[in-house]
Write a protein that binds this ligand. Structure first.
Ligand code: PLP
Length: 332
């Protein structure tokens, strides 16, 4: 479907941001209408994606990380001299490392050693200390190792504890939800999001249901315990996060790694939008729902962009390399 070229706004008419801290740039992310991958849908069905990669740490996790740190300082649990520690599959780690540097707190992160090379490097570059957990135990292994370190010297650390901290969904209740409602002029009918900690779906879902109880809240999870969807959790085989309440979700739809990867590829080729695996899963499920509708405004979340995953199976090794072999001679 041909899409008209965007109108360029003259420099003098554009509102340009000027901020005092990198943290002031968290939130207020754009909502992009997906118009090519959606070809063939009823003209009264529209799909939008919230581009969370525009946050300064590069992901949706900047929002809860900031809220948890602010609350830690406010409650007196995070004081000068303490180190911020958490277990994270990557994006929360990047967010905490960035926020720690901006506010002057040291950060230590426990993560499975098989998270993408780019994520490890970003965390190192932001000056955080990384402690690796067993890759075979996934994000649950990181949670367990982090608990052990904390038990050994609890007075040294502040743990935001994204899986159990109510500030995680609250960040989305206060920001992501209102932004989406405003950006769709209240027209949203379906909200679709992947579940990692569950913060995004719980907080955003609660806000939207509060505005209009008819808005359907749909969770996306990997279809199998062994999956390649970084950032997402297969609930049946995982430690269920304390903040995740499945009864608040209208529906939970599984996505396969293959379908998610295929959608990431389509989004990059057809829309020019390079995103991570969990965005592919969310978009695949959103499209699946949209195909059954005659009308609707569906909103999904693209939690991050794809540049952090260029050395993972998503691009290297999957279907015999999407990138020409000659271009991959750098060592990884
Ligand atoms: C890439 C990616 N996608 C999705 C999610 C899921 O978000 P939430 O933890 O809010 O459920 C995360 C969370 O870590 C993530 O890093």
């Amino acid at each position: 479907m041909p899409v008209s070229a965007p109108r360029l706004i003259p420099e003098t008419h554009r509102e340009l941001k000027k901020v005092e801290s990198i943290l002031d740039l968290i939130g207020d992310t754009p909502l992009l209408e997906i118009r090519k991958v959606t070809y063939g849908l009823s003209s009264a069905v529209r799909i939008f994606a919230k581009l969370e990669g525009f946050n300064p740490g590069g992901s949706v996790k900047d929002r809860p990380a900031l809220k948890m740190i602010q609350e830690g300082i406010k409650s007196g649990k995070l004081t000068r001299g303490k180190t911020i520690i958490d277990s994270t599959s990557g994006n929360t780690g990047i967010a905490l490392a960035m926020i720690g540097r901006a506010l002057g707190y040291p950060v230590e992160l426990v993560l499975p050693s098989n998270v993408s090379l780019e994520r490890k490097r970003i965390i190192h570059a932001l000056g955080a200390k990384v402690i690796y957990s067993d890759p075979m135990e996934g994000s649950d292994g990181a949670i367990r190792l982090c608990r052990k370190i904390l038990q050994q010297s609890p007075e040294r650390y502040f743990k935001p504890d994204q899986y159990f901290n109510p500030m995680n969904p609250l960040a989305h209740y206060e920001t992501t939800g209102p932004e989406i409602y405003r950006q769709t002029h209240g027209q949203i009918t379906h909200f679709v999001a992947g579940i990692g900690t569950g913060g995004t779906i719980m907080g955003t879902g609660r806000f939207l249901k509060g505005r209009n109880s008819k808005i359907r809240i749909i969770a996306v999870e990997p279809d199998d315990a062994l999956h390649g969807l970084e950032g997402l959790k297969h609930m049946a085989s995982s430690i269920v996060p304390g903040i995740y309440h499945e009864e608040e979700v209208d529906e939970k739809i599984p996505a396969s790694t293959e379908d998610a990867y295929e959608m990431v590829y389509r989004l990059s080729q057809e829309e020019g939008v390079l995103v991570g695996q969990s965005s592919g899963a969310a978009m695949h499920v959103t499209l699946q729902i949209a195909r059954k509708l005659r009308s609707g405004t569906l909103v999904t979340v693209f939690p991050d962009f794809g540049d952090k995953y260029l050395t993972t199976n998503l691009w290297v090794g999957w279907r015999n390399l999407r990138v020409p072999a000659g271009d991959l001679k750098f060592s990884i």
